[in-house]
Design a protein around this ligand. Structure first.
Ligand code: SF4
Length: 376
């Protein structure tokens, strides 16, 4: 059986946040057409990808999937289940934004099979939330965590952003510590990225907002790793930390180079050799998926060298490079060619090797991109 993860993109949002470059739209008038298109796409791909395949996770990302009614999400889950072999223990995650759910809606989400929620908190500082133009305050974020917990969803992630304008270690620690004090099992901590085309980027270019520099970013990141480790959150990817047994299975599918199928606008898929991606714009997506069953905008077939590079990059960003597994797939040449560089990185405390696994150290994670560029 080929273990496969399924991603479903729900592009609808209450409004556009100033820093966001995900594909999201606010009018909901096409949501029924979108549901029809998703079902068509799921059915289309099941013809080629349901045999000998086991679905280990379903992930609703966005956009704001929690803006939709539980019945809407349920129809999609049931459609996947009726066309694919879904493991009864599959992880089913819903990205959830505070301000879009209440207690009874969360109970309904649990009732339709959601067993993991990823809550878009971003900060527990109300001024920072206002700056980010989030629709919620810190207390709504906290309530959302408890709605999930009380509904019996124990696998809860808190998404947080650091290196916000004016942020220092004290402010950031308060957000992190408040998250840790709640019943969350997983924390994703991302550095604020200025994406071209966003309102925030324009504000920075116009001189209306001043962002913190790389030194502050590195300082806050190092502090994050250290503080979360002290509270039992193991870093299993550059930006992701989990208590024992709560690593995200869906994200691990990407990082462990497993197959994944993505449905909806801008969703990506990978079958081990080929990667393809859907149209981003809603009307292109709807036209293609509703008439032909798929909405592929482009694809690439990976060369052996590309696969090796991607594998190295993903492994080093997450669980580390398992030497035996790597050599069995790609041969031993790469290790031979890079042995002196790997030794140098080990001696400078950026890489470790233990039990046949080469991993980044916390110090290495801070300059992860630089190390990966040298190794690739
Ligand atoms: S809620 Fe999330 S996806 Fe929607 S605009 Fe804000 S950051 Fe983007």
């Amino acid at each position: 059986m080929i273990e496969t993860a399924i991603y479903i993109h729900i592009p609808f949002c209450d409004h556009k946040c100033i820093y966001c470059d995900f594909y999201s739209i606010t009018p909901l008038d096409k949501k029924d057409d979108y549901l029809k298109a998703l079902k068509k796409e799921i059915e289309f791909y099941s013809r080629s990808y349901s045999e000998e395949r086991e679905i280990i996770s379903i992930y609703f990302g966005g956009g704001t999937p929690s803006l939709m009614e539980p019945a809407y999400i349920s129809e999609i889950i049931e459609c996947v289940k009726s066309h694919f072999n879904v493991n009864p223990d599959a992880e089913i995650t819903l990205e959830t934004n505070p301000g879009t759910v209440n207690k009874s809606k969360m109970n309904e989400f649990k009732g339709i099979g959601i067993n993991r929620v990823s809550v878009g908190i971003q900060s527990f500082n109300n001024a920072e939330l206002k700056f980010l133009t989030r629709i919620h305050d810190a207390s709504a974020a906290e309530k959302t965590i408890f709605y999930a917990y009380d509904a019996g969803i124990e696998n809860i992630n808190a998404d947080l952003i650091f290196n916000l304008p004016g942020q220092n270690i004290e402010k950031w620690s308060r957000s992190l510590e408040r998250a840790i004090s709640l019943p969350v099992k997983h924390i994703s901590a991302y550095s604020l990225i200025l994406e071209p085309g966003t309102i925030l980027n324009k504000m920075v270019l116009d001189g209306r907002v001043k962002v913190e520099g790389e030194d502050t970013d590195a300082e806050l990141y190092e502090h994050t790793i250290e503080l979360l480790a002290r509270h039992g959150f193991e870093q299993y990817e550059v930006s992701n930390f989990a208590l024992n047994g709560y690593e995200c299975r869906h994200n691990n599918a990407y990082w462990h180079y497993k197959n994944y199928l993505g449905f909806g606008t801008s969703a990506h898929s990978f079958n081990g050799t080929k990667r393809w991606w859907n149209y981003t714009g809603l009307s292109f997506y709807l036209n293609n998926a509703l008439t032909g069953g798929n909405a592929v905008a482009g694809s690439e077939t990976l060369t052996a060298e590309q696969k090796r590079e991607e594998y190295i990059m993903l492994a080093l960003r997450s669980r580390g490079l398992i030497i035996q597994e790597f050599v069995s797939i790609f041969g031993g040449d790469w290790f031979e060619q890079n042995s002196s560089l790997i030794d140098e990185l080990k001696q400078t405390g950026l890489l470790t090797e233990a039990g046949g696994v080469v991993k980044l150290t916390p110090k290495g994670y801070v300059i992860c991109d630089e190390i990966l560029a040298r190794l690739a």
